[in-house]
Write a protein that binds this ligand. Structure first.
Ligand SMILES: [Mg+2]
Length: 234
């Protein structure tokens, strides 16, 4: 049995990584006079990883990482005009339309009639709140949790607050690292729905035989799986 179904948002309910990837291409192009695009990409990723403990996830952290990388790669020669372009990348991202993934609204509509739905997303508070408001699907969720990172501890705190025992909690998401492994570690259930484009930081080895882990190709298959789990057949 399950008491609540929780969803990740970015690349589970709406497109996110495609936007980062597109902006990253433009950033590589901007820095092409200084360094090969592939090396720029590597350098940016290293900077993002080193910033993570202090800046966390989200667009503002991404912009600061791009600026830091640009200064380093250019040996301090990057111009104010080019820094402005990087800032503009960030503003474009912050105002970007939220594009729901195929069938998402239909699936939420079905499942919201059966169980309470929760949204658990990580990143910048204001940005994630804005995306949820623009998405048009906020009304399907009984609760929304925006956390700075998705760890077993942060999930445990959410479950405790909501009074949901881990074994009756089902999490749905595209990131093995953030949505699946921490929930399984707590004894919960998790549905992994990979997205074609996922940030390399979110990758983790797939563990197909792990109890409580389910994998789907598409979110449209979720209501059927939830039916099976609810009836205790899995
Ligand atoms: Mg995600």
């Amino acid at each position: 049995m399950i008491d609540v179904i929780a969803f990740d948002a970015d690349d589970t309910l709406w497109e996110n990584e495609t936007l980062y990837s597109r902006i990253q291409d433009q950033f590589q192009e901007l820095l092409s006079p200084y360094m090969e695009p592939e090396q720029v990409r590597r350098k940016l990723y290293e900077t993002e990883m080193s910033h993570l403990p202090l800046l966390g996830y989200g667009i503002k952290a991404f912009v600061l990482s791009m600026i830091t990388t640009a200064i380093e790669i250019s040996g301090g020669e990057i111009s104010g005009r080019e820094i402005q372009k990087i800032l503009d990348f960030g503003f474009v991202m912050l105002a970007h339309n939220v594009r729901l993934l195929d069938q998402v609204e239909h699936v939420l509509e079905i499942l919201a009639q059966e169980l309470p739905l929760m949204l658990i997303t990580k990143g910048d508070l204001l940005d994630q709140e804005g995306k949820l408001a623009r998405s048009g699907i906020a009304h399907y969720f009984q609760s929304v949790e925006i956390v700075s990172d998705k760890t077993p501890e942060s999930y445990a705190a959410i479950l405790k607050r909501s009074g949901v025992p881990p074994e009756r909690f089902l999490m749905v998401g595209n990131s093995m690292r953030s949505d699946i492994l921490p929930v399984l570690e707590l004894g919960g259930k998790a549905v992994y729905i990979p997205h074609a484009l996922t940030w390399e930081h979110e990758h983790a080895p797939l563990e197909p035989e792990r109890p409580g882990l389910f994998q789907l190709d598409h979110i449209s298959q979720l209501p059927e799986l939830v039916g099976i789990i609810k009836n205790g057949l899995s």
